[in-house]
Design a binder for this molecule. Structure first.
Ligand code: FEO
Length: 403
């Protein structure tokens, strides 16, 4: 019987030949409850070209999908747009099986690939703006350094106006539907935003520059083909617009309260701060780290104006669940936040200061001194928490009115 893994036609000349990972639930700290895909594309030009490969265990699936279109040994070129192992993990074996005339990557990519794998093949490095003739088709390469690795680049298939965007505009969503118009828009919106928040966020200034560069070059897109999730063929303007919005990180009237609690005192304080934020006019999300994942927190912070963080003190430190999420946030660098810290303690109470130090390191604008309480908060403490929430909201509102 023929393999059940079939290629999916993208355009007259381009086929999706990737793999579906229904079971992956974690991507270096980012929870992926809907699984993912590793997208690879076959361009059936005069020079048959494979754009990106898949994670090592999925090589057989990809090769079967390629074989649904052509005998894999007929591939002339392999382009590696991004050398992270979910797209290059099987590259050495694929090169060995296919023996292509050329393997192409960015200059940094060529170095990275040889550092990652014992490749015997020479990599042809291309520069920003360089073109590669595939005979009757042309690829133009665009460096996208640090989006999100130093090697990353886009490849644009000129005649089809199709952008191979590697991780950019992607999402972790396993499905047998390959195109955006086949999937619930609410799921697309949520998963694309979660992906942006968890992967692309720290490089937002570079996203804005890249979008300007694309606009200045006058490039138009009939399709965007990322390395994860569905291809964009209907809502191309929508996803580009959302990237511009997410990258700008303009605050909105929203406050997020993130906390971990031992005996509910810190939780009671979190709730009072939340009430104060709401009384000040913000939409509020309370997130107990006992109940949510760090990936959900960074998703909620996309577009938030305020972040309050709280922890009980355990053995002179913040609770492990807060250390986890704060480390994650410190790396992802959400911008333009008003903040505050709070927490209860039994005898030493270091957690609030530790949280404030991390917030300050993230350049969060502290709205007031952190609130610490020994054991259980009384009415006076809860009033201070409420007022701290109100104060944070006022600061966000003044920023919003100042534009
Ligand atoms: Fe999907 Fe950065 O790898």
């Amino acid at each position: 019987m023929k393999s059940p893994y079939r290629a999916v036609k993208v355009t007259d000349d381009v086929w999706w030949v990737g793999a579906i990972d229904w079971n992956i639930r974690e991507f270096h700290g980012y929870r992926t409850p809907r699984g993912s895909t590793y997208n690879a594309y076959l361009i059936m030009a005069d020079k048959i070209t494979l754009v990106d490969t898949v994670k090592a265990p999925f090589r057989g699936e990809m090769m079967a999908r390629i074989a649904d279109v052509i005998e894999p040994g007929r591939i002339d070129y392999i382009v590696s747009d991004h050398s992270e192992m979910d797209h290059s993990g099987c590259l050495p074996e694929v090169i060995g099986a296919v023996r292509p005339e050329k393997v192409i990557s960015s200059a940094v990519g060529s170095k990275t690939l040889t550092e990652l794998f014992p490749l015997k093949t020479e990599i042809t490095a291309v520069e920003d703006g360089e073109t590669l003739s595939l005979g009757n088709r042309t690829l133009t390469f665009m460096e996208t350094r640090m989006l999100h690795w130093p090697d990353s680049m886009f490849a644009y298939l000129n005649e089809e106006e199709l952008l191979f965007s590697q991780d950019g505009f992607g999402m972790h969503l396993a499905s047998l539907e390959r195109f955006d118009d086949q999937i619930d828009p609410a799921i697309l919106e949520y998963e694309a935003a979660t992906y942006y928040a968890n992967i692309i966020l720290p490089y937002s200034p570079l996203v804005l520059k890249l979008l300007d560069k694309v606009t200045a070059a006058g490039l138009s897109f009939k399709m965007i083909a990322p390395d994860h999730g569905p291809l964009w063929r209907k809502d191309i303007g929508g996803i580009i617009g959302r990237y511009a919005r997410w990258a700008a990180q303009k605050p909105t009237a929203k406050g997020v309260v993130v906390y971990a609690t031992m005996w509910h005192s810190t939780e009671i304080m979190a709730r009072a701060i939340g009430e104060g934020l709401a009384a000040g006019g913000l939409r509020v999300k309370l997130m107990s780290m006992d109940q949510v994942h760090r990936s959900d927190v960074v998703y909620e912070l996309l577009g938030a104006g305020a972040l309050a963080v709280g922890s009980s003190t355990l053995n002179n430190n913040m609770l492990p669940a807060m250390a986890d999420v704060m480390t994650y946030l410190r790396g992802l660098k959400p911008q333009n936040l008003v903040g505050a810290a709070f927490g209860s303690y039994g005898w030493s109470g270091e957690a609030v200061r530790q949280l404030e130090e991390i917030l300050a390191g993230m350049k969060v604008d502290l709205a007031g001194e952190g609130i610490r309480v020994k054991n259980v908060p009384d009415e006076g403490v809860l009033t201070r928490c409420y007022e701290l929430g109100m104060g944070m909201a006022q600061k966000v509102n003044s920023r919003l009115s100042a534009g």
